[in-house]
Ligand binder design. Structure first.
Ligand SMILES: NC(=O)C1=CN([C@@H]2O[C@H](COP(=O)(O)OP(=O)(O)OC[C@H]3O[C@@H](n4cnc5c(N)ncnc54)[C@H](O)[C@@H]3O)[C@@H](O)[C@H]2O)C=CC1
Ligand SMILES: N[C@@H](CC=O)C(=O)O
Length: 360
């Protein structure tokens, strides 16, 4: 009798292995698949990629991930209706959804998935860097539900959010955060010397994978606003998006066009930025796109003309350079610097978060 009991208890259902769904097969999603395949070939234990989805289709991961990626990327355009992943199989508790889209619709799902015990790993900044209500819902849901991997959302994986949270967990109080938070704008203003049109450099930055899918999201300061909001909210400040004062670089003629016409309209940037660059150079200064918030004070994003030896001008390439002022770092801020844009660093940050969730 006791043997029967013990046999029955041994047959208790084992939890199904965690699966991974990749949403977004563009610049970052493709780099994610390439890195995933490299790590898997090295023997790193990763959850199986069960689905790859984009705005047009959903395909099974299977053994040949590169073929699945090509199939997804080659799918015909789909207009209207639900995104394909919303019509397909539902994720189970313990599964991991990787959000490599720039989609509001997908970001809206983050709190729902977390509440169901599904983990979310995201490069999409709209989850916690957009609407405050959604950011708070994500905060509530991650407290009791799935885990939220957001390393890729600020600094493309630089140890910024991680360090900020460690300071706060250690009892530190944040006073202000200031810095260069846009990799593409750092690259653009580091390169621009007036000899070539600024718009030509924007095209290069987009082709290199540094800009957002629509480069106006960078040029308008919106991307930096989102990162500043993510940092402020991680520091415990419930900052609404509209309280960040943003000085956009996008002239009305460029703002007015549809996404398909952006490339042709980029020239509208050239005259204004040529003049700002010439004025900065005449004063012996450099242009730097900076975001800053002060606890109990203002939050601002915009282009500044700074002395060439100003600490914020010290980076190169796509470097982000961010100063954290706090009780602990009152006299001299903690400064974190390194490449802050690009598909490879972003994909690495996503996989770091996947691995960290898998190991807990
Ligand atoms: N490029 C970079 O250096 C960094 C990018 N990121 C973020 O990574 C995200 C992706 O950027 P990219 O790969 O450059 O964009 P992309 O435009 O190349 O790719 C976006 C993908 O999302 C898919 N998509 C759009 N709506 C969808 C929906 N509702 N459901 C499923 N899939 C949907 C598209 O079909 C496409 O495959 C963005 O949120 C960006 O802010 C974050 C850190 C750094
Ligand atoms: N477009 C962004 C990419 C990383 O978040 C940037 O330029 O920093």
């Amino acid at each position: 009798m006791s043997a029967v009991v013990s046999l029955r208890s041994n047959r208790r259902a084992q939890p199904a292995p965690a699966r991974l769904a990749l949403l977004g097969t563009g610049t970052v999603g493709s780099a994610f698949v390439a890195r995933y395949a490299r790590l898997a070939a090295q023997g790193v234990a990763l959850p199986e990629i069960a689905w790859l989805c984009n705005s047009r289709t959903q395909v099974s991961g299977g053994d040949d991930l590169h073929a699945a990626l090509e199939q997804a990327r080659g799918a015909a355009r789909k207009r209207g209706g639900f995104p394909p992943w919303a019509e397909g199989e539902s994720p189970r508790p313990g599964d991991i959804i990787v959000d490599a889209t720039a989609s509001e619709t997908v970001a809206d799902w983050h709190p729902e998935w977390l509440t169901r015990g599904v983990h979310v790993v995201t490069a999409n900044k709209l989850g916690t860097g957009g609407d405050l209500g959604r950011a708070l819902a994500i905060g509530d849901a991650r407290a009791t539900g799935g885990r939220y991997g957001d390393s890729a959302t600020v600094g493309a994986g630089l140890p910024l959010l991680r360090s900020l949270r460690a300071l706060i967990d250690g009892g530190d109080r944040i006073h202000a955060i200031e810095g260069v938070l846009s990799g593409s704008l750092a690259w653009l203003f580091g390169r621009y010397d007036g000899s070539r049109p600024f718009s030509a450099l924007v095209r290069e930055a987009r082709n290199a994978g540094y800009t957002e899918p629509d480069p106006r999201v960078d040029l308008s300061g919106e991307d930096v606003r989102r990162k500043l909001l993510i940092l402020a909210r991680a520091a415990g400040i419930a900052l609404p998006a509209h309280e960040v004062e943003v000085a956009s670089l996008v002239p009305a003629a460029l703002a007015a066009v549809g996404e398909d016409a952006v490339d042709a309209a980029l020239d509208a940037l050239d005259a204004g930025l040529f003049a700002r660059h010439a004025a900065a150079r005449a004063a012996g200064e450099r242009l730097c796109f900076v975001g800053r918030f002060e606890v109990g004070g203002r939050a601002q994003v915009g282009l500044r003309s700074l002395p060439a030896d100003h600490p914020l001008c010290a980076g190169s390439g796509t470097d982000n350079r961010v100063a954290i002022h706090s009780d602990r770092y009152a006299d001299h801020p903690l400064v974190i610097q390194g490449p802050g844009a690009g598909a490879e660093v972003t994909a690495a940050a996503l996989l770091d978060d996947v691995l960290s969730i898998g190991s807990r």
